[in-house]
Design a protein around this ligand. Structure first.
Ligand SMILES: *Cc1c(COP(=O)(O)O)cnc(C)c1O
Length: 391
């Protein structure tokens, strides 16, 4: 037991149970390793879990974002508005299509994309708005949908943090024209690598399926079933397919999503309770009209963030930072000339945020250990003695 409490506590971790392993083994013993029946089965189960009509499984969340940009016709000369605080893949997908990401600032209390900042950045070249449900809390979809409609833009949800969340009673996955999920091990459910795109539009769904398969108008299994070898490549696509054994894992994991979300919410409530007493660590704000999926538990520190980070790491606690604003990365500075001052709210929040461990298999004593270590680290950095905190 002592080993357990002293072991390294990562900020996120997958959970693989015996039924998951059995599902993957069954797929490996079947006739189809890829493009088989388990892909469609997983897509249907996923679509119904998030209240969507169509779900298209792809090889990663990043592939899903790229596919979303492509099927919306994003290309050279177009602008796509993305929040400054997100994983780089959100903006990179725009670059894959030769278009320009335009960085909107975030709201100071939630770090969600700020609709006012989006409105200020809309130009004649804008084609898409991408909402990122940072940490697992849905964005302001009512305002963003209205903006998109008024200006004739598409709305994409980068929902890689928010599987299982909802906004005004509507599940994430049914809120935007295209909704993109990641199935990476650190996310709510996993297929190793993998992603999913959901939509209510059958034409967009068909275009997504074509794009993930080289731009070809049918897949291998459809041709086998209809007894033909003929196919037509109608546009340039990619191999963004996912395998059947990954989808077997995904379907098995998906069954446990409600239980895992409930577990994340319980742990988040435990953290909330502790941080109500700890000075210098303020959790991000939550809006009443939405249910949070808690991919991340983020606090804002009134202390030296990097000093606290180092103390936690030395105590075996895998704190992290999500994210450095994307426009401050060298690539974007070099390619687009972005710089400090463009998104002041995001830039100042970035200096103070810290992500704490949160995953369903964590225990209350784990939460207590993190909170107690954090409280010590904060008071030590405030006294300038952070080097002495480590055990
Ligand atoms: C994880 C993540 C992605 C990328 O997903 P992959 O499956 O790792 O390609 C994109 N956007 C956000 C916000 C993410 O957290």
């Amino acid at each position: 037991m002592t080993r357990r409490t002293q072991s390294f506590l990562p900020y996120g971790r997958q959970q693989i149970d015996e039924d998951d392993i059995a599902a993957v083994v069954a797929a490996l013993r079947s006739d189809w390793l890829t493009t088989g029946p388990r892909v469609g089965d997983f897509e249907q189960a996923f679509a119904s879990a998030v209240g969507a009509t169509h779900a298209v499984a792809v090889s990663s969340g990043t592939a899903g974002l790229h596919a979303a940009m492509h099927v919306l016709g994003v290309g050279p000369g177009d602008e796509v508005i993305v929040p400054a605080i997100t994983f780089v893949a959100t903006a990179n997908a725009v670059r894959f299509c030769g278009a320009t990401p335009v960085f909107a600032d975030v709201q100071p209390d939630t770090l969600l994309i700020d609709p006012d900042s989006v409105a200020q950045r809309i130009t004649a070249r804008t084609k898409v708005i991408v909402a990122v449900d940072y940490a697992g809390q849905p964005c302001d979809y009512a305002e963003l949908t209205l903006l998109a409609r008024q200006h004739g833009l598409a709305l994409v949800a980068d929902a890689c943090h928010s599987l299982g969340a909802s906004y005004q009673g509507q599940p994430v996955g049914s809120l935007a024209d295209l909704n993109v999920f990641s199935l990476h091990p650190v996310k709510h459910i996993t297929t190793g690598e993998g992603g999913m795109v959901t939509t209510a539009d059958p034409q967009l769904a068909a275009a997504l399926r074509r794009f993930r398969n080289h731009g070809i108008d049918s897949d291998h299994r459809q041709r086998t079933q209809s007894g033909t070898w003929r196919y037509d490549m109608v546009e340039l696509g990619y191999n963004y397919r996912i395998t059947d054994f990954q989808c077997a894992l995904g379907e098995s994991q998906l069954r446990k999503l409600p239980e895992w979300i409930a577990g994340r919410r319980r742990l988040a409530a435990d953290y909330d309770q502790r941080f109500a007493e700890i000075e210098g660590a303020l959790p991000l704000a939550r809006r009443d009209d939405r249910d949070h999926a808690y991919h991340l538990y983020v606090v804002r520190l009134a202390a030296n963030r990097d000093g606290v980070f180092d103390s936690l790491r030395r105590a075996g606690i895998g704190a992290n930072v999500h994210y450095m604003p994307v426009h401050l990365h060298s690539y974007y500075r070099g390619q687009l000339g972005t710089r400090e001052g463009m998104c002041p709210v995001a830039e100042s929040a970035f200096e103070h945020i810290l992500t704490l461990p949160l995953f369903p298999a964590m225990t209350r004593p784990d939460v207590e250990r993190v909170a107690a270590t954090l409280a010590l680290a904060i008071s030590a950095t405030r006294q300038g003695t952070e080097r002495q905190v480590a055990p």
